[in-house]
Design a protein around this ligand. Structure first.
Ligand code: ZN
Ligand code: FE
Length: 257
């Protein structure tokens, strides 16, 4: 049996992920910021919702929960430290959750930075990382420090190379434009820009990617690479003492890019 993980588009560029498995009629949604497209997708695919998973408290990831609960009174799993009133099952770092009806187990990973309590949900095959690791980039620092977000991203980068990366937004093209400004000579990045453009021109999602592709092309996971250090130091106008400083500089640079 294999998993089918479908993007449900919401708002301008959000992805709500629907996890299903071939031959079963149950599904789980991740980060339902809007109920309507989720209810439509469940109806069309004749899927019964069995749980809701949340990565962080922002409205574009949580505002659909109340309405979904009216139709499906299911458990809501979410971060222990992000104060989300609709969460029924609080998840701490390393907590394991099991969904036997889908043959699915996921582990919570604390990844603070974008928000204080942001979590990822992962196993060896798939990673749901909300607004922390993006395809080709990373989330903004709203509640945490650069050092926290850097540590969080490194935790995700340590997952197996072929883990599929499901993030919360379609930002790849924009992120890769920045990545290219940092590392114009990165051949893997140049290739990724071509494939990304082809997908977007055909109106197809560029998510998921893989941990391996992110390590090869995402500047925020490459703060130890000489070319990236050099570009960051040029932008900063002075030497940077360590990888965290390189990361903080890239994040500031991207904020005004
Ligand atoms: Zn967010
Ligand atoms: Fe978001």
């Amino acid at each position: 049996m294999s998993f089918k993980i479908l993007p449900i588009s919401a708002f301008k560029d959000n992805y709500i992920w629907l996890i299903t498995i071939e031959g079963k009629k149950n599904g789980i949604v991740v980060d339902p910021g809007d109920a309507t497209p989720v209810l439509n997708a469940l109806k069309t695919k004749q899927i019964t919702l069995s749980a809701i998973l949340l990565t962080h408290h922002h409205g574009d990831h949580t505002d659909g929960v109340k309405e979904l609960l009216k139709h499906y009174p299911v458990p809501v799993y979410g971060p222990a430290h992000d104060n989300i009133p609709t969460v029924t099952h609080l998840l701490n770092d390393n907590d394991q959750i099991n969904f036997p009806e889908l043959n699915l187990s996921l582990r919570a990973i604390d990844i603070p930075g974008h928000t204080r309590g942001h979590i990822a949900l992962a196993n060896d095959e798939m990673l749901f990382c909300g607004d922390t690791l993006f395809t080709g980039g990373c989330g903004r620092l709203f509640e945490g420090t650069a050092e926290q977000l850097f540590t969080s991203l490194n935790k995700l980068a340590a997952l197996p190379d072929n883990t599929a990366v499901y993030c919360g937004h379609e930002y790849t093209q924009n992120n890769l434009r920045f990545a290219h400004a940092v590392e114009p000579n990165n051949v893997d990045l140049q290739q990724r820009m071509i494939t990304t453009k082809e997908l977007r021109d055909a109106n197809l999602p560029t998510v998921p990617s893989t941990i391996l592709l992110e390590k090869k092309t995402n500047p925020f996971l490459r703060c130890h690479v000489p070319a990236v250090i050099k570009a960051a130091e040029q932008y900063a106008g002075h030497p940077l003492k360590d990888a965290v400083s390189v990361f903080a500089c890239l994040r500031r640079w991207k904020d005004s890019f």
